[in-house]
Design a binder for this molecule. Structure first.
Ligand code: PLP
Length: 397
């Protein structure tokens, strides 16, 4: 990439830029207010107060209580903690867990690990738009079911699940409900009371906060084991000196997200739908993946027939455009995304996928430039594809 070219960053589901206001809020906690918040002197009190302030900010965003928020090292840790801990604490009640086929690998690989430990996991199917069926969910609940873990919004195709209905079913059957809300937290409204959510994972770096910090919300009364043994931090559940700058940054990011949510959602939705419309009308043989309406405001995911997703990414990169095919975690592997396979796409089509995720600072001009490049790139890649040539010949007959 020529370094004179401006970067067009369309990979906000992989990570986001730290907001300058977040960075400003974090700064004092490196060189000035560097005390360990667990120490007794008053100098440490300032750091401790900052940690508790961030806890309040985060709790407020999801209508939880501050003491129900536990700081972790990120979304993956919160997902691991939930599954392993509920499995351990509720093993006497049963060893059955319900999740879905389109979860993040932090859930899926932990579930597989638990299967090896003698737990039974039901992986719910999703429909062609990526939604679970509430009837199938309810039918899957058994007397030994201890947890339903369904993500709030999918990181690849942006589909939002019916959280309130899932919460109602979980509550009616007295089963705990966890949601991996890493993509939804701070992006769309979430209310743990209204939605009957018992546990929720979120991460700082997906909301313009720093990397390596996350939270697990645990409803009061839900039993949870210690994840890291050691000091008495986080009510003895997660030992280790607090990542004070990270915590302060995530708190600030959560409060900015709450303040800006209405405006950001409206702006992103408009740009998203404008871009989807341009692609659908200007590029033939494409398919929008994910639900059209119950969809994260910042997510676009397309399959282009006769095109390799990886080649597409490389050519976009040469134009200074950062996008993704599937998720960052599966990039580098040749398997098509488990999410695209779960919505019923055949392998050869799932390979030609492109995810573009915008932020509040993405402009219409950037998206227009991207679509213009995309048209040319796809035309070029197709002109080199023997499959496409055959297809066109057959069409002509
Ligand atoms: C990014 C992401 C995670 C992992 O969060 P980290 O903080 O990067 O560990 C988990 N679940 C979903 C849905 C994600 O998008």
């Amino acid at each position: 990439m020529e370094d004179t070219k401006k970067l067009i960053y369309l990979d906000n589901a992989a990570t986001t830029q730290v907001d300058p206001e977040v960075f400003e809020a974090m700064k004092p906690y490196f060189c000035e207010l560097y005390a360990n918040p667990s120490s007794v002197y008053s100098f440490a009190g300032k750091a401790a107060k900052a940690v508790e302030g961030a806890r309040e900010q985060i709790a407020h965003l999801i209508n939880a209580k501050a003491r129900e928020i536990y700081f972790t090292g990120g979304g993956s840790e919160s997902d691991n903690w939930t599954l392993k801990s509920v499995a351990e604490q509720y093993a006497k009640k049963g060893k059955h867990i319900i999740t879905s086929k389109i979860e993040h690998h932090a859930i899926l690989h932990t579930a597989e690990y638990l299967e090896k430990q003698g737990y039974e996991v039901t992986y719910l199917d999703v429909d062609e738009n990526g939604k679970i069926s509430l009837e199938e969910l309810e039918a899957a609940i058994r007397p030994d079911t201890i947890l339903i873990s369904i993500m709030a919004a999918n990181n690849e195709i942006g589909t939002i699940q019916p959280l309130e209905e899932i919460g109602r079913i979980a509550k009616a059957h007295d089963v705990l409900f966890h949601t991996d809300a890493v993509q939804a937290f701070g992006h769309i409204p979430i209310d743990v009371e209204r939605m009957n959510i018992d546990l929720l994972s979120a991460s700082g770096h997906k909301i313009h906060g720093p990397k390596g910090i996350g939270i697990l919300y645990v409803r009061k009364g839900v039993k949870i084991s210690s994840f890291i043994h050691g000091g008495a931090q986080e009510r003895k559940r997660r030992a280790g000196t607090h990542n004070v700058p990270g915590i302060v940054g995530m708190g600030k990011a959560a409060s900015l997200a709450e303040e800006r949510m209405g405006k950001t959602m409206a702006q992103e939705t408009e740009l998203r739908d404008y871009t989807i419309h341009r692609i659908e009308t200007e590029i033939p043989y494409c398919r929008l993946n994910g639900d059209r309406t119950d969809r994260l405001p910042n997510n676009m995911n397309f399959c282009f027939r006769f095109v390799e997703g990886e080649s597409l990414l490389i050519m976009l990169d040469s134009k200074g455009i950062c996008a993704s095919s599937g998720s960052a975690c599966t990039s580098g592997s040749l398997d098509p995304s488990h999410v695209l396979l779960a919505i019923g796409l055949p392998h050869e089509i799932a390979h030609g996928s492109l995810r573009m995720t915008i932020s509040e600072s993405t402009t219409k001009e950037e998206l227009d430039e991207t679509v213009d490049h995309l048209k040319g790139i796809i035309e070029r890649l197709r002109s080199m594809s023997p499959l496409y040539e055959d297809f066109i010949k057959k069409q002509a007959k």
